[in-house]
Design a protein around this ligand. Structure first.
Ligand code: ATP
Ligand code: MG
Length: 588
């Protein structure tokens, strides 16, 4: 195929779009790949659509290669299956809901567990039908709270989702591994750096779960990894090992002390060091127990205060907490809430007010570090007072444990005690073992070998197809524009007719036709009255990996081939250009 710039539906922009926060968004808009329609909703222009189709092709090839079969569900879905799974309520504001003319509730599918499960239930009834893996590449809708960064977090986006159906756990393990292997091949082919990390199963329930994160500063996910044992996890999924319980023989009884004007950890530590010095070492923030109260909002709208106890040198991490309390969401506990709970003394909240035994009855969950026998300084539930020598397990207990304290780079590895390093990433794919959650909720059972009905075991696997387009750009650009990997590029070659004379244009077109005959796609910049400088700039912005410049050298039978990534240029004879380009395209 030959795409002529003189007629191609494309306008490149000199200026960055005002709302662009990240390089992929800026470059994809400027180079004419996408156009914004509304927050998180984009039009795919011809070049963009070509790249999107390339991602889809790679995903499709690798899914087909593991024997998964493609189908396509509608985006417009009735409410009933989502009532059956509980997600009509759980999704809250995160889905688009609508009614038909008869008033029947519908939604635009944010993901399709229910449909896959019900369709298999509809058609299959025996263990002989399994294992089965089916997938679709389809447009999803989520009313994201913060659509951002162009294609990275859209409200309409393209996802590949697949599901595996097995008769038992061993079957699920195999299907899971096959998908995981396929994902490795997909992301290797897409051409960006990624890591595979342990993940939370999240709203989906289930057990084993891993994410493929594209490493990128602009990512919304943070992960940690251990260079010693290979452990890697999304911080949401990090489990802090609880220290061994220790005895409290000889620890003095808890005692409340006046600590005037110490509503913050820093003021408290300063006061302790001035008025209650420790014999062994100075007090530090990690000796204090900080009790943070938040407001949980459940899917049915009910609001429940929740107290979380963490060592005073750590913050509560919003994302980790969010992942733990899903499908509830977390809101700040504001002044009005404090007014409604006079038992909570802001700045001096202590275990005495919390938990089932406490004066307020507010649910109280503890960080695993607050293990039996550990000794704390914490609020005494009176202004200007703290309790010292308060021992977990002896003087107070929580209502359970929670993993909500921040994870820091440098923390010990939960696996081997080495030091954790970390970085940010973009979630590109997610594989997880759903187990029986949906099969049970929607009653997907088949007859087993003994003629007994048994619940099917499911796995669920997603790839962000449109997000991948942005991720590829995040991993492949320079100051001048995008640099597409071979498999993704909207065209194989970008030919610039650099000059005014007719023979230049003819030669550019001839090269394009010759390459087309070999199955290559070419963009030809045949715009009249556009300067070579502008054409060069556009070719670099658009990012096709091989650029041919037909210019002054043509008089001597020469053209220039430029490598977009290295910037390297070489002159070749006109009659050998096709051969050179073919070698380059096929070789790299
Ligand atoms: P996130 O944590 O980024 O919101 P998720 O865990 O909700 O994603 P899944 O339900 O696991 O997403 O969806 C599978 C894949 O779809 C994700 O791995 C991601 O690549 C992609 N995806 C999810 N939400 C969006 C979105 N709003 N825009 C673009 N791609 C998305
Ligand atoms: Mg996910």
């Amino acid at each position: 195929m030959v795409l002529h710039m003189s007629s191609l539906f494309l306008r490149t922009l000199r200026e960055d779009p005002a709302d662009a926060e990240v390089p992929s968004h800026r470059l994809l808009v400027r180079a004419g790949y996408i156009r914004r329609v509304s927050p998180g909703v984009y039009t795919w222009l011809p070049l963009g659509l070509r790249v999107l189709r390339n991602v889809e092709r790679i995903v499709r090839e690798e899914m087909d290669a593991i024997g998964a079969q493609e189908l396509l569900f509608p985006a417009l879905l009735p409410r009933e299956p989502f009532d059956a799974s509980g997600r009509w309520a759980e999704y809250g504001d995160n889905i688009f809901r609508l009614q038909d003319r008869k008033g029947a509730d519908h939604l635009l599918g944010p993901t399709h567990e229910e449909m896959f499960t019900l369709t298999v239930k509809d058609l299959y009834s025996s263990y002989k039908d399994l294992p089965l893996s089916i997938y679709q590449i389809q447009t999803k809708y989520r009313d994201e709270a913060r659509p951002r960064a162009g294609l990275l977090r859209g409200r309409e986006f393209v996802m590949k989702d697949s599901y595996s159906f097995d008769i038992d756990e061993a079957g699920l393990d195999k299907s899971y591994q096959a998908h995981r292997d396929a994902y490795v091949r997909i992301f290797d082919r897409l051409g960006f750096h990624y890591v595979i990390v342990e993940a939370m199963a999240g709203a989906m329930g289930g057990s084993k779960s891993e994410e493929f994160l594209a490493t990128a500063e602009v990512g919304e996910d943070t992960y940690v990894h251990c260079t010693n044992c290979g452990y890697a996890a999304n911080v949401e999924a990090v489990r802090v090992p609880a220290p061994e319980p220790v005895g409290w023989d000889g620890v003095p009884a808890a005692h409340a002390e006046d600590t005037p004007d110490t509503p913050t950890i820093e003021t408290l530590v300063n006061h302790l060091n001035a008025h209650h010095p420790r014999p062994d070492r100075p007090w530090s923030a990690g000796d204090t127990l900080k009790n943070v109260v938040v407001m949980l909002v459940h899917p049915d709208g009910t609001r429940e205060p929740l107290a979380i106890g963490v060592p005073g040198d750590r913050e509560v991490d919003e994302k980790r907490l969010g992942a733990q309390v899903e499908p509830a969401t977390v809101e700040a506990f504001d002044e009005k809430d404090f007014a409604r709970h006079p038992g909570l003394v802001k700045g001096y909240i202590g275990p005495g007010a919390l938990g089932l035994e406490g004066t307020t009855g507010i649910r109280f969950l503890l960080d695993p570090r607050i293990a039996p026998g550990t000794r704390w300084v914490t609020g005494a539930n009176e202004p200007g007072k703290h309790v010292l020598d308060l021992v977990a397990g002896r003087d107070f207990e929580g209502d359970g444990a929670i993993e909500a304290a921040e994870v820091r780079f440098g923390d010990p590895c939960p696996n081997c005690d080495h030091v954790l390093e970390g970085a940010r990433g973009i979630e590109m794919g997610h594989v997880f073992q759903l187990g029986k959650k949906y099969a049970e909720a929607l009653d997907l059972r088949v007859l087993d070998q003994n003629g007994k009905l048994t619940t099917v075991v499911m796995g669920s696997y997603g790839v962000g197809v449109s997000r991948a387009v942005a991720c590829v750009v995040e991993g492949n650009y320079d100051d001048s524009g995008i640099i597409w990997p071979r498999e993704l590029t909207p065209a194989d070659v970008h030919i610039v007719a650099a000059g005014k004379d007719e023979p230049l244009f003819r030669a550019a077109d001839d090269i394009a036709r010759d390459l087309e005959a070999h199955g290559l796609t070419c963009i030809v910049d045949d715009r009249k009255g556009v300067s070579p400088g502008v054409k060069f700039k556009d070719s670099e912005l658009i990012g096709v990996p091989t650029i041919i410049v037909v210019g002054r050298g043509l008089a001597d039978g020469k053209v220039e081939i430029k490598d977009r990534r290295s910037g390297e240029r070489r002159e070749v004879a006109l009659d050998s250009v096709v051969e050179s380009v073919l070698a380059e395209v096929r070789g790299s």
